[in-house]
Design a protein around this ligand. Sequence first.
Ligand code: ADP
Length: 254
Amino acid sequence: MFEMIIFQNVSKYYGGTPALKNISLRIEPGKVNILLGPNGSGKTTLMKLILGIIKPDAGKISVYGYDPVQDPIPIRRITGYVPEDDTLYHSLRVKEYLEFVARTYGLKPGVAERNIERVIDAFMLRDKIHEFTGSLSHGYRRRVLLAAAFIHDPQIYLLDEPFIGVDPRIARALKTVLKNKAKNGYLVLLSTHVLEIAEALADNIILLYKGRIISTGSLREVLEKARTEGLEEAFLSLTMSRLQVEEIVKALMG
Ligand code: ADP
């Protein structure tokens, strides 16, 4: 019962504008959960609420029994979070940054060293460990953020648009890892606006649009619901990329 994320009638406003409106939701471990929605639909806001980075204006959130407003620290300890924005300290070198992250999670030195080595190899960062994170390319900075989320073997993986700008080899490996983590009972929640990613990975899709949950379930179910509710704009912005690709292929093939 405790080992899940529960939203009860949660709303969040920026100024007078709602970013999330009356969200009620259960997110369970054991499956790959995907927050799918066009840009601006509230995905990042929802993730930040889970970690207590921002506070709801109404409603209650429980994360494995903890309230992120009162008790964000234990939640952050059990969570690996990959933010969408670059939150690195640019004046730290890659290895220093990972050591800093390991320390904040309270890992013992031996364990920290071992885990840091593991993520450096996994995310192919070996030849960058002495470089300042601020001097890295966008793709490498994403790798460092991903590596940081895997250092402490968290129970919850919160990944905000994790595949953007990531090397295809790493993207592929990450998909396999996330599926396996879910199978092994971890909670995986990732956000995307890319239909193909949801299609390839999701056991459960949460379709967000303009701060509301349109529906949850399989890809087919959530898209059908969007269409039957007349949310043509949401439907099109999610499906357009695929249709366009098909059009381009057709045009090129003659
Ligand atoms: P998504 O992650 O789906 O792209 P966001 O959660 O980032 O969506 O944003 C949801 C809405 O809230 C958008 O309309 C966005 O402009 C607004 N918003 C997000 N963060 C802020 C902020 N710090 N100040 C004002 N408006 C914000």
